[in-house]
Design a protein around this ligand. Structure first.
Ligand code: NIG
Ligand code: FE
Length: 425
């Protein structure tokens, strides 16, 4: 061994395009692309990134190490889904049909459907059932190239049931290769037993739920559905400020169905992200840019609810707001685990460019969870989370849609998914 070479346990080489997302690699796309790229990993971290022809001069592989040939493929950071409602029971395909027949999301909720029907099913579901449903959803995500997600509670809406959901989330995080960032969303809607006394429910969140969730270390973020029909600006502010006092970082469902000052509130409380933003105001955009609040846009919800109003993604990008895209996986407004599908919708519906939707599901998604120093790009020292795609260039990812391009997924330097081989006779 050459004395200056370093030993690693996994090498990936010959990538047609290696999307590093590193700002230090300057080229036309802004994605930090290295042609004929290679990545070397050791103990779950990236320790070398560069051109394959430079690799052997500096790096050698241990006797037990593995080498992966990515000839003709695109290699990129594992995708990050920064807004999901992962743990729930039941399903709402009948509402989907009612919407096709002309009822709106709010009309359905007013008739006893909506979030509350999922709350009922989730309260009834035993821990093990929620665990197995969650695992299936995570497996689907992994097969789409996803290596980290954010997951919200919010279908329990009682102390005991919110804790149950967050404990299922914790068990999933400990047993599945996908990393999960947990968020407490007790303020998803007012449960039916508090219908006539919403103040009492807000007090329950503030006085009992937040302290308990924080004390048990079950969530990193606190989220609120800030909306005319859910929680007011005042209530949202109170909940997010209380969360902050207990060490829960703020996030907010803002301006989804109406313009209510949610983005402005996100900036005021120093939220990591404001999500949805269909009806965000120009001032809201300004404030988000000033306070570096990431916009998490959810095209699956716009698509699934046949919304006419889309979030002004171009305006946000032009004003300097970092835009992320996520699935919003939930049984009511976005029943999908497919982040690649959101990547295409970000282009066709929100007019984001291919390079922008890739940033939106990697480095910007990481930023929306305060994880940008660890994941979201392939740079020395960062976690070795990687997706290998069987496509000739990065523009193909949004372009060739609705099919699976993911061939292999690496999480913390280990191969955790490989596309099944179909035997052709
Ligand atoms: O993010 N906006 C609020 N919550 C979900 C919908 C939840 C449901 O319908 O069950 C969302 O779109
Ligand atoms: Fe949501």
């Amino acid at each position: 061994m050459n004395p200056i070479t370093r030993e690693v346990d996994l090498i990936l080489k010959n990538a047609k395009e290696l999307l590093t997302l590193s700002p230090s690699i300057k080229e036309e796309s802004g994605l930090g692309i290295i042609q004929n790229g290679a990545v070397a990993m050791k103990e779950g971290r990236v320790i070398w990134v560069g051109r394959t022809d430079e690799l052997t001069k500096e790096i050698s592989i241990t006797s037990w190490g593995q080498e992966i040939d990515a000839t003709g493929k695109v290699v990129m950071p594992g995708l990050i889904d920064s807004h999901t409602h992962l743990v729930f029971a039941g399903s709402r395909e009948l509402e989907f049909e009612q919407r096709i027949q002309g009822l709106s999301y709010l009309e359905i909720a007013e008739r006893g459907g909506g979030i509350l029907s999922t709350v009922e099913a989730t309260r009834k579901a035993p821990f093990e059932e929620l665990l197995s449903l969650g695992k299936k959803r995570l497996d689907r995500m992994l097969s789409k190239g996803v290596t980290t997600i954010e997951a919200k509670s919010g279908y329990g809406l009682s102390l005991q049931d919110e804790i149950k959901i967050l404990k299922v989330t914790k068990a999933l995080k400990e047993s599945h290769p996908i990393d999960i960032v947990p968020t407490f969303l007790g303020a998803h809607t007012v449960p039916k037993e508090f219908r006539n006394d919403r103040k009492q429910y807000v007090d329950l969140i503030i006085q009992e739920m937040i302290p308990r969730v924080a004390q048990e270390g079950l969530a990193e973020f606190c989220d609120v559905f800030c909306e005319e029909k859910a929680f007011s600006l005042e209530e949202s502010r109170k909940i997010l400020e209380t969360g902050k006092r207990y060490g829960l970082k703020p996030k907010i469902h803002a301006d989804q169905l109406s313009s209510g000052g949610g983005a402005e509130l996100a900036a005021e409380v120093g939220a990591f992200s404001a999500d949805h933003l269909e009806y965000v105001s120009p001032i809201g955009i300004e404030r988000m840019a000033e306070r570096a609040v990431t916009a998490v846009l959810l095209p699956g919800a716009s698509f699934f609810l046949s919304m006419k109003q889309f979030p002004p993604a171009r305006e946000m990008i032009e004003r300097g707001v970092a835009v992320a895209l996520a699935t919003d996986l939930n049984p009511g407004s976005s029943m999908t685990e497919s982040l690649p599908l959101m990547i295409t919708m970000g282009c066709t519906m929100f007019r984001m460019l291919p390079r922008e939707v890739i940033q939106a599901t990697t480095i910007h998604a990481a930023k929306s969870m305060g994880r940008e120093s660890d994941i979201g790009s392939l740079e020395v020292g960062k976690q070795a989370d990687i997706a290998i795609l069987d496509i000739p260039n990065y523009r193909y990812l949004p372009y060739h849609f609705g099919v699976d391009h993911v061939e292999m997924v690496i999480k913390k330097g280990k191969v955790v998914y490989q596309k099944p081989i179909i035997n052709e006779q």
